[in-house]
Design a protein around this ligand. Structure first.
Ligand SMILES: C[S@@+](CC[C@H](N)C(=O)[O-])C[C@H]1O[C@@H](n2cnc3c(N)ncnc32)[C@H](O)[C@@H]1O
Length: 243
């Protein structure tokens, strides 16, 4: 099989694969070890489409994928909308892969930055996408690989950093979260809609809240209780616990 990075894929195949709605087919642009973790770590195409459509409100909307992996969300978003997609990714080999696919597909509205989310200037973006980027630091999930240091402290640090940056963002800022507890989303963001048993959430900043020294303090009770309510509803316990 022809795969990116081992051997350049025929342009026709690559373009055909990245336009599909089927994840098994899309993932053929990636090498086997990246495909193998796709169902756990990379956004499904259908989710990426819905998220991008919500985030891009007008041509040129700048969207940041926080922890973009091999670029699946950015690639789908750039194909489907007139937004400008930037992914930041800490793992060099995933950046290389994402850049390779974007380059071969000649997508002018997608770019990948190798680095840490803590180095990113959030004011350069109007919208943000998060597929549970920091959970790998906890014991609860399968690891992508051993190329980066992971720890509970880093989970707190990155989550707090993003929550603080989003708290400083202007009214109207849009965020989509896929899976996770949404601890990165601070007070002031309203969940306008959700889908897929509450795992896909569409947020917009509707109120300004003071940014505290610890923004986790500022946002956790709200989103944690909402997460618990959503989870209970999803498992059919809503009547018992929430009337
Ligand atoms: C669950 S994957 C999601 C990938 C992609 N957003 C998608 O939806 O397909 C999370 C990614 O975030 C990256 N990541 C985690 N912490 C990061 C950080 N502090 N800075 C940049 N990337 C990070 C991980 O390396 C991983 O590739």
């Amino acid at each position: 099989m022809e795969v990116v990075n081992e051997r350049r894929m025929k342009p026709l195949n690559l373009l055909e694969y990245i336009h599909t709605l089927e994840d098994d087919r899309f993932d053929l642009v990636y090498p086997p070890e990246i495909r193998a973790v796709s169902s756990v770590h990379w956004t499904p195409v259908i989710v990426a489409r819905r998220a991008a459509e919500f985030l891009v409100r007008e041509p040129g909307t700048r969207v940041l994928d926080i922890g973009c992996g091999p670029g699946k969300f950015c690639i789908v978003g750039a194909l489907m909308t007139e937004g400008r997609f930037t992914g930041v990714e800490q793992r060099q080999h995933l950046c290389d892969l994402a850049q390779s696919v974007i380059g071969q597909a000649k997508l002018p509205n997608a770019e990948i930055i190798h680095g840490n989310v803590t180095d990113i200037e959030f004011s350069n973006f109007e919208a943000f996408y998060l597929f549970n980027p920091f959970e790998e630091n906890l014991e609860t999930t399968m690891k992508i690989d051993a190329t980066v240091h992971l720890s509970g402290d880093l989970y707190e640090k990155y989550t707090e950093h993003v929550a603080r940056q989003l708290a400083l963002a202007p009214l109207g800022t849009r965020v989509v979260t896929y899976c996770g507890t949404c601890e990165e989303v601070p007070l002031g963001y309203e969940s306008l809609d959700s889908s897929l048993d509450y795992s896909l959430k569409f947020w917009e900043k509707t109120k300004n809240h003071p940014v505290r020294a610890s923004s986790l303090e500022a946002m956790s009770p709200n989103n944690k209780s909402q997460f618990m309510a959503d989870a209970a509803r999803a498992s059919g316990l809503a009547d018992r616990f929430f009337g």
